[in-house]
Design a protein around this ligand. Sequence first.
Ligand code: SF4
Ligand code: SF4
Length: 274
Amino acid sequence: MEAGSMSIILHGVAVLLVLGAAFGLGLAIASRKLAVESDPRIDEIEALLPGANCGGCGYPGCRGMAEAIVAGAAPVTGCPVLKDHSPIAAVMGVESTATERLIARVRCGGGRKEAPQRFIYFGVEDCAAAQSLGGGAKACTYGCLGLGSCVKVCPFGAMKMSDNALPVVDEEKCTGCGLCVKACPRQIITLWPYDKKVTVLCMNKDKGAEVRAVCKVGCIACRLCTKNCPTGAIPVEDNLARITPELCTNCEICVEKCPMKTIKGAKKQERAVG
Ligand code: SF4
Ligand code: SF4
């Protein structure tokens, strides 16, 4: 091979090496800058969950459950399969509630009177079917569809539909089996500690003005509950107030302060279920 050809090849190889190194460096910098910070407790809690991905907790698999616990959207006892929840409680820095009884809680207070429909649904009486038809008739795309699929699957007669088209749980009859949680296509039913009576009856993560347009009792993320809670048990994340059950003392100050009447305590149950 001539010396000139060899020099061209070596020059080409050198250019490729420099370009490769530059692209590699660029990708490394971009991956570091664009990396989404994930709370390390999510991985820790996921490793402590059974890995069954059964959905009995109402979240999409064990990873979803771990994310919900870390976000304060689900209790540390939220997995119905796990018998000892104390290792998860330790990760979250709260007291173990291993023997706590769980019951179903419906996290929507927008029934027929409070939340308008976009159209009249004449299909089968099934929430999943209604959801598959344009996302359901209810203007709030997060709220209860009101067709009672949860009530139909309860083997203990622990649920009924109210006159306001919202499911009501009889907490004395509920065994926490989680079948209603699985049946709800909107994932608004969660298993919750029986003795923690305060619940945010809303799952809408839209901004306040959008929430007001679709529901008279939805959370508008005003944070009055957060500011007034003496134990820091009700942060607002993704435009939605969420109770951390381990910190809640059932004082019901947030229930009184909420201008939208979104939060239900033991004393306010009758309003919430219409
Ligand atoms: S289906 Fe199970 S968890 Fe739901 S209300 Fe009935 S007993 Fe309770
Ligand atoms: S006070 Fe009511 S409306 Fe305001 S953030 Fe809390 S739950 Fe939402």
